[in-house]
Design a protein around this ligand. Structure first.
Ligand code: ADP
Ligand code: MG
Length: 256
């Protein structure tokens, strides 16, 4: 059965595209068949996060009925498939958001997971994204303005009757931020991942390779991988502390 999971948020710039791109990599590593879709039809940039250099057909072409869906699905070297958005000004200017659910509907049965990267806020793009999915990951940064906006989006998700898989806290670890328990109390939803603030994320975006593949041992990568295990219903492997794994690696190096 295909699971359609939306990554959405209240505030913009909290890490939806980073999560979508990296979940695609991590789920593919776990042997899942994944299609990641740029459902942020107004400001699409998933292709950039993924280093997709040649993609003449986009979700915008499909929605505008200029191209067939199949022709906008590209294989990615990291083992999943991508439907990118258009970078052309005209394409994003007059796009029918309401056509997004039809796109995911037509993808059912073609993969194990359809990950949809979405827009922020409560506008028509977000509403269409929610309608296009069965399950939702609500991404937020752990600060009061972001969580307040997340609460509004959560109300929209609930009003549409969609299943909230949980809240993904991204960029965790900054001074003065809310704690996991505080976010859970405010949103009345479980926090399913806490992705730390990690300089490897902007570095990975700069080289257009998701951090899970760019720096597999980076703390942000490990946390996203754990979430991928959980989405597959598997227990993430236990993480060893830095010193324990260093000693183990040294012992291996010396043949012990
Ligand atoms: P959204 O899709 O919600 O607008 P992005 O995924 O594009 O957000 O992330 C916005 C920016 O935040 C990225 O360009 C990146 O530099 C930064 N960022 C995201 N996650 C992290 C993280 N865990 N650590 C450090 N920087 C991050
Ligand atoms: Mg984005």
């Amino acid at each position: 059965m295909t699971r359609v999971i939306l990554c959405c948020s209240g505030k913009g710039g909290v890490g939806k595209t980073t999560l979508s791109a990296n979940l695609a990599v991590a789920l593919a590593e776990l042997g899942q068949d994944v299609i990641v879709v740029d459902g942020n039809l107004g400001t699409p940039d998933l292709g950039m996060h993924l280093g997709l250099t040649f993609a003449p057909n986009t979700i915008h072409d499909v929605i505008k009925r200029r191209k067939r869906l199949q022709s906008a699905i590209y294989p990615h070297p990291l083992g999943f498939r991508v439907i990118p958005g258009s970078l052309k000004f005209r394409d994003v200017l007059d796009v029918d958001f309401d056509a997004l659910p039809e796109v995911t509907l037509n993808l059912l049965g073609r993969a194990d997971f359809i990950i949809v990267d979405c827009s922020a806020g409560l506008g028509p793009n977000t509403l269409a994204g929610i309608r296009a999915a069965d399950e939702v990951l609500l991404v937020t940064n752990p600060n009061l303005p972001a969580v307040t906006e997340a609460l509004k989006t959560l109300k929209l998700i609930n009003a549409e009757g969609k299943k909230v898989l949980g809240v993904v806290l991204n960029r965790v670890g900054k001074e003065g931020d809310l704690k996991k328990e505080q976010v859970e109390e405010l949103l009345e939803a479980p926090v399913v991942a806490e992705i730390p603030e990690d300089v490897n994320v902007p570095r990975s975006i700069a080289v257009r390779k998701p951090v899970v593949a760019y720096r597999p041992r980076a703390r942000a990568a490990l946390e996203i991988r754990d979430l991928a295990y959980e989405l597959c219903g598997e227990k993430p492997p236990e993480r060893k502390g830095f010193w324990v794994s260093l000693v183990e690696r040294l012992l291996r190096l010396f043949g012990r």
